[in-house]
Write a protein that binds this ligand. Structure first.
Ligand SMILES: *[C@@H]1O[C@H](CO)[C@@H](O)[C@H](O)[C@H]1NC(C)=O
Ligand SMILES: *[C@@H]1O[C@H](CO)[C@@H](O)[C@H](O)[C@H]1NC(C)=O
Ligand SMILES: *[C@@H]1O[C@H](CO)[C@@H](O)[C@H](O)[C@H]1NC(C)=O
Ligand SMILES: [Cu+2]
Length: 304
């Protein structure tokens, strides 16, 4: 049984045979940087609820966060990230720089061979008998997205909680194929194959200043199931960046997190048929609001 079928049969949440994943390393203009040096760490284990009316559960490092939550910090930048913000360094980025995120599925502590000399120029790897390529896979379909949030006037990056606006600067979603049996293919997950690399540029029009840059893969939920039992899973990590730029000012109006990443928010859940990759929902848009191209805000939807 494939992981997808298993997850659908078991309603995704209990799909925990192997750990899930976390984005823990960033590459700047082709150079992989030290894992978690500029990305706020998480606390593990950590107890939280899926919603205000459910019980507390122990979550390990790579476990998902749920969109229905009474812990806004967890949804913004990962569980208990504010406890790690002060110790996280700030990466200086020139507007226009290329970034890439790497994820891990193993729980920390990570030995050096999980970071060094990885195949395919990746930033993480896990060589094992069951994983001959060494490349770290992803166990959930769904879109990858990156948002930035400028530190509000009078606040400081090391203590900013992400309660301001978030603007999407990148998403990687569907490859729509001319295939009537399976038209829906999530590029990040790549049919359980080698995941696509998550590479994008910080728009060159980004105004100078300090930002949180949030990376996430949204394992979309399903509408037709009991809402409480099949919400989206989120995997957020935040990079602390100082953007150097010739542009001054502020970003267009963005979304709020978690308010705009709830089960009912656009793109956070699909029909069961779409989850099973059998059809694309009409008018499906990716979660996380409009996409800022650097010059305009556009509707972020699958394109043929
Ligand atoms: C990040 O957090 C994990 C789990 O809480 C811990 O094991 C690890 O040592 C931390 N990494 C750093 C660099 O602090
Ligand atoms: C899609 O596939 C069908 C059947 O194979 C073919 O007739 C049609 O021309 C294809 N359409 C496009 C846009 O490639
Ligand atoms: C839907 O969720 C509620 C609350 O968790 C639960 O009591 C109920 O049994 C669920 N219904 C189904 C059909 O799964
Ligand atoms: Cu998972």
């Amino acid at each position: 049984m494939s992981i997808l079928n298993l997850c659908v049969a078991l309603a995704a949440i209990v799909c925990t045979a192997r750990a899930h994943f976390s984005f823990v390393r960033v590459r700047q203009n082709g150079v992989w940087l030290e894992p978690t040096r500029y990305i706020r760490n998480k606390t593990s284990p950590y107890e939280e609820r899926d919603s205000p009316d459910t019980n507390y559960h122990i979550r390990l490092y790579n476990f998902p966060t749920y969109a229905v939550t009474d812990r806004p910090d967890s949804v913004r930048c990962g569980r208990d990230n504010m406890a790690h913000a002060a110790d996280t360094e700030v990466l200086t980025v020139r507007a226009g720089d290329t970034l890439e995120f790497a994820h891990h599925r193993s729980e920390p502590e990570w030995p050096p061979e999980m970071w060094n000399n990885c195949p395919d120029d990746r930033g993480s790897c896990n060589h094992a008998d069951w994983n001959p390529t060494g490349i770290v896979d992803l166990n959930h379909p769904g879109p990858f997205m990156a948002h930035v949030s400028k530190v509000p006037e009078g606040q400081e990056l090391h203590s900013y909680d992400g309660s301001g606006d978030w603007v999407k600067i990148y998403s990687l979603g569907l490859d729509l194929r001319n295939d009537s049996q399976r038209p829906v293919h999530w590029i990040p997950w790549n049919d359980e194959g080698i995941p696509a690399p998550f590479v994008f540029s910080v728009p060159k029009e980004t105004p100078a200043g300090d930002y949180l840059l949030r990376a996430d893969l949204v394992n979309t939920g399903v509408f037709e199931f009991n809402f409480t039992s099949f919400p989206a899973q989120l995997y957020p990590s935040c990079l602390q960046i100082h953007v150097e730029s010739d542009v001054e000012g502020s970003l267009p109006k963005g979304i709020k997190i978690p308010e705009d990443l709830m089960h009912e928010s656009p793109g956070m859940a699909t029909s069961l048929s779409m989850y099973r990759e059998q059809k694309l929902d009409e008018d499906y848009v990716y979660p996380g609001g409009l996409l800022w191209t650097g010059t305009e805000m556009v509707v972020d939807k699958p394109r043929l």
